[in-house]
Design a binder for this molecule. Structure first.
Ligand code: GUN
Length: 303
């Protein structure tokens, strides 16, 4: 944890904790008027990293007064059962937000599952309707990691307007919605966004032009110091498990960015852990609160 104390390190954990406190206060008044917001999380299979993430989400919900329920399903669960359970949750008036932890076991069609979640309870923002609304400049539920990155940039007063943002990774979880968010007209957008991926030719020539570089690739330490320019702002979304024999867990977390070679050139950089991860969780709580508010016809309409 020493890294988050470094001068140029972005303290996502501290920002997320502040936001959770703000959310807790609004959840308190909402709960007095109606009932506590409720988030249901579905976890299928035994992926250890997913179990850790889901645990963090449930814990954060408790911290800010949101009720949560975890539905754990075996890896062999049928697609039919998942779809039926989602249908029941969609119909349940006591459930405000539904999250299906990804990745799903390989025999299950992820798209079918995402599309079965009611767009009104889709706190992950992955349903085509919510992604479409984001693309159409009418954001409703925005995916949590992109929203967390945008919020982090705002809270650190890092302008995006007119700046070259290079995003590596084109997933619907991070890269694609973030590209939409940061290129949208407006104070928190207006960036010139380049979206790179595994087929991008001569990646270093593009990353070196970045004023803000977002790495969401899933490959430990892939971005090295020679791939960035001086004073770049670096947002590292990677949480890769790297073998670390002799440590208690046998692994440690490493970002997609080679922190030690990039840090000297960066003006600001998110550490792993303690950077983007806590923001994702905080934004999930924000989306859940909004789902509850919108269901009751109260709350602010904009993200
Ligand atoms: N797996 C990795 N990131 C996420 C996320 O933001 N939401 C869900 N549901 N699964 C994930």
């Amino acid at each position: 944890m020493k890294r988050i104390e470094l001068e140029k390190s972005i303290n996502g954990k501290a920002v997320a904790d502040n936001i959770l406190t703000e959310i807790a206060s609004t959840v308190g008044s909402f709960s007095r008027q109606f009932r506590r917001p409720q988030l249901t999380v579905m976890l299928a299979g035994e992926d250890p990293a997913s179990a850790v993430y889901v645990g963090m989400k449930v814990k954060a919900a408790g911290k800010c007064g949101i009720d949560s329920r975890l539905i754990e399903l075996p890896a062999q669960v049928s697609e039919r059962e998942i779809l039926d359970r989602l249908e029941a949750l969609n119909e349940d008036g006591g459930v405000d937000g539904i999250l299906v932890q990804l990745p799903l076991p390989s025999h299950i069609d992820q798209h079918k599952v995402i599309e079965r979640v009611s767009p009104d309870k889709d706190v992950d923002g992955f349903h085509p309707r919510n992604l479409g609304l984001l693309a159409a400049d009418r954001p409703r539920f925005v995916p949590c990691t992109p929203l967390g990155i945008s919020t982090l940039l705002t809270r650190y007063e890092i302008p995006t307007s007119g700046r070259n943002v290079v995003i590596i990774g084109r997933s619907i979880v991070v890269g694609k919605p973030l590209a939409l968010l940061l290129s949208t007209k407006g104070e928190r957008g207006n960036a010139t966004v380049t979206l790179c991926h595994s087929r991008t030719a001569d990646l270093p020539s593009i990353t070196r032009r970045a004023d803000i570089l977002v790495a969401a690739i899933g490959k430990a330490r892939m971005i090295t110091g020679d791939m960035v320019k001086e004073n770049v702002v670096v947002i590292d979304v990677g949480t890769n498990r790297v073998d670390a024999p002799g440590t208690k867990r046998g692994y440690r977390l490493s970002g997609d960015v080679d922190f030690d070679s990039v840090y000297p050139k960066a003006s600001l950089i998110t550490p792993v852990p303690g950077g983007v991860g806590p923001m994702t969780v905080a934004m999930l709580m924000q989306n859940t609160l909004r789902a509850a508010q919108w269901a009751k016809g109260v709350g602010n309409d904009s993200q």
